[in-house]
Each structure stands twice: as C-alpha cells, then as structure tokens.
Design a protein around this ligand. Structure first.
Ligand SMILES: [Zn+2]
Length: 430
C-alpha cells in the first residue's frame, strides 16, 4: 500500500512524505514514491499521517467485569481513538498475578482483540519469584502501594523491597503511588471531596518510598498517573541524580480538575483524584518531565457511578479520547505535535520494550492513523464504543478528526466504523 501526499509526523516533527507498507511493515519512506502495478494507493492530501498511539495504561475488565467492558469493546474503543496498541492492567477478576492467570487471560481475550496488546502482571505479597521468572512474557509488573479498584495491594516494606530487588533490572516496575496508611487516615475523616479523602500528600509519601527503593535496588521505575507539582519535582530531581525513573500523566488530570466533581459528581471520581487547577497547570509546566501519557481507561457503568460517594467506584473511560484531546492541545498551541508523539508513541514503545512499535520508521509495524487537522468535532457519549457508554469529555469541541486507522498495514477503522475482526489484534513480544 502507498500513502501519498500526506504530512507524516516523524520523531523530529511533521514532514511532507509518502509511505509504503508491505507485509504488515513500513518498507519505504520518501519525498515521492511511485505506485507499483496493482498497488493500493491512499491519497492523504490535507491529512496528517500519525503513528498509531500506544496506551500503556488501560483496564479492560476482562475477565470479571463484562457489564463495564470486555476486550472486544475496549479494543474497539481504542481503535476508534487511534490507539493501535494497549497494555492491559492486572486488576481484573481474578487478578492477573501468576503465570496460570496470565495464560487464562490470554485465552479469554485473544479471540476478541482488534488492536495489538500486552499485559501487566500484578505484584502480591507472595509472588516475588514468579513475577521475576515470567518478566519476559509481560510488559511490566504493576505494584499497587495504595488500594484502588480490585484486590491487588502491597504495602509492607519487605515484599515491596524484595519485588524490586528480585525483578529483572531492565524491566519496568510500574507503581500506583498512593500511600495506604495515609489513605486510611484521611479517608476516615469523612470528606466527600475526593481530593481531600485521597490528598496529594498520600501520593508524595508513596512516591518518595518508591524512588528510594528504586534507587537503592537500581531498578527501572515507572510512576503511573502523577497528578501534582510535588511529584514531578521529586521525579525530576531523581532523574537528575541518575535514578532510572520515568512517569506517566493521564489526560484526565491534564484536562479536568477537582471542580469537575462538582459538575458531574462521582463520574469524576478517580484514583488518584482530580486535583486543583494549580496542580493541573503544573502538569503542563512540567511537560518535559513527563515521559508517557496513558489514559488509565477504567470504565464503570452509569448505575455504578450514580451511587453515593462512598459506594461509587473510581475510574473514568479515556482510551478513545486521548488522541483527539492531545491533538486539540497541539492546535491550541499548548504543546507541539512531536512532544505528543514522543509521549504517546515513542516513549511507551521504548519503556515497555515494544520493539515492532513506536514510530513511522522503516521496519516498524505499519500502525498508521490518518488525521484531518482541520475538521472540528464535538465529543459525545454516543460516539463512545466503550460498553460504559459515557465520557467525562462529552460536549467538548476538538479540532481534528480521525479518518482512518491501519493496524500492521490493514485498514481497521474508517469514518466511525470498526472494520477489524475480533481476534485480529496480536499479542506483543518483548
Ligand atoms: Zn489504572
């Protein structure tokens, strides 16, 4: 296939280029390529050619939460959002915390996937040796230092330290950094403001602990969903000292604040919470410190979210809205397109060892998004392909529209319609 006349976003920015794909790969990139006999040609005049986005943080609820999402609905939502690779978190039901559970999950979800995928293994108090021994089959280990959705939790020093010192030194350990003891303390004070029930200091305590342990054990630490200025200061300081730490921010925290809890109630409840406007602004100011943008796509049904504060589960969907929101931020001049591609494609591929992904480059998988930067689109609940059927961004107008998505050279999505067949998504090799 030949994609002609588009503006391709490469590592260093947008360039007017033609791209040829063959046998699932990008095989040629040049200023001008001539179609071969019988070669399908796509005219991308006026469009941007983006590498498929990688969402390294999703919760597709499969197995265990089919009323919220399953791997088919989750990956369809990803595809419609220009996300061609996802990494699925382990707090499913049952949790993915052993080799056996990982194999069970693969068997359940592989026949449903329409985008490429990888998995996290959840750390427990006791699976230290096992986690280390199967590290080559997973994207990373996920360690919950504070309670969130599901039962995975490791709070004591000994198992945390042993996980870090036993896990392979070249593989990331991803932490949910909220401190359990302080969450219990602040939670018991009874505030219904989520940002007070799980305040920034809880994140700061857990992060400081994780950074100290990563430094001492010389392991690769990736901090999920950072939300505050203080966390980014600590991470930047650790980076300056040579600690192997990278960090993520979610579009939820980039584009919403605690005020949104007053607007949409518990639909805006998420762990860690939406923060103050001051912290939100700091995320943009510290954009250079942020390595990845992951959505923390965590769907819950409307009925679940309408329950009282104490009962309503935490998490919001987001896999379908990351690309439109980030590219809209580009159109508003908040960040450059190459800064977005770095955090949504290049860095996640590098950090999680996704060798065949990560850029519009010869030899990489032909995961390609054709994007019309000039159309204006309103985000609506109805467009969402997630089973939960709602988005906290409903009503937002964004500049730019995803027109076509190719996965490994095959047209998988076009103008609102998913064309990919269940099971066409492939498991990542590391
Ligand atoms: Zn998460």
């Amino acid at each position: 296939m030949l994609i002609r006349n588009g503006v391709a976003v490469l590592v260093n920015g947008p360039v007017r280029l033609d791209i040829r794909t063959r046998d699932e790969k990008i095989v040629e990139i040049a200023e001008q390529l001539t179609p071969e006999p019988d070669e399908p040609v796509i005219d991308a005049n006026g469009k941007m050619i983006l590498p498929g986005f990688i969402d390294s943080h999703v919760h597709f609820r499969d197995p265990g939460g089919p009323q919220k999402e399953d791997f088919l609905s989750g990956t369809r939502a990803a595809l419609a959002g220009g996300v061609t690779t996802i990494l699925d978190m382990p707090n499913t039901q049952p949790p993915t915390d052993s080799w056996e559970r990982l194999l069970e999950k693969v068997a359940i979800v592989a026949p449903k996937a329409v985008v490429d995928y990888g998995f996290y293994l959840g750390a427990t108090d006791t699976n230290i040796e096992e986690a280390a021994s199967i590290a080559g089959e997973i994207a990373a280990m996920k360690l919950y230092m504070g309670s969130s959705t599901g039962s995975l939790l490791v709070t004591e020093f000994s198992p945390i330290y042993r996980h870090f010192s036993t896990f392979p030194s070249d593989k990331p350990i991803v932490v949910h950094a909220e401190d359990e003891q302080s969450l219990k303390y602040f939670g018991a004070l009874g505030s219904q403001e989520h940002n007070q029930a799980r305040p920034p200091v809880s994140a700061q305590i857990a992060l400081s602990r994780a950074l100290a342990i990563a430094e001492k054990t010389d392991r690769v630490l990736h901090v999920a969903h950072t939300t505050t200025e203080r966390e980014l200061e600590l991470i930047q300081e650790a980076k300056n000292k040579g600690v192997r730490v990278t960090c993520e921010v979610t579009p939820l925290h980039l584009f919403l604040t605690e005020e949104d809890q007053h607007r949409i109630g518990n639909f805006a409840k998420v762990n860690p919470p939406l923060r103050s406007e001051k912290d939100q602004q700091a995320l943009w100011r510290y954009f250079a410190t942020i390595d990845t943008i992951g959505t923390d796509h965590a769907p819950h049904t409307r009925e679940e979210k309408k329950q009282p504060y104490e009962k309503a589960p935490s998490g919001m969907p987001g896999v379908q809205t990351m690309l439109p929101l980030m590219l809209n931020a580009v159109s508003e001049g908040k960040v450059t397109i190459e800064e977005v591609i770095k955090r949504c494609v290049i860095n996640p591929a590098r950090i999680f060892g996704l060798k065949t992904k990560g850029a519009l480059e010869i030899g990489k998988d032909a995961d390609i998004v054709l994007f019309d930067p000039n159309q204006e689109v309103e985000i609506t609940d109805e467009q969402m392909l997630s089973k939960c059927g709602w988005t906290p961004f409903a009503g937002r107008k964004v500049k730019g529209k995803i027109e076509q998505v190719f996965i490994r050279g095959t047209l998988a999505y076009e103008q609102g319609t998913v064309l990919a067949q269940p099971g066409s998504g492939k498991a990542m090799q590391y």
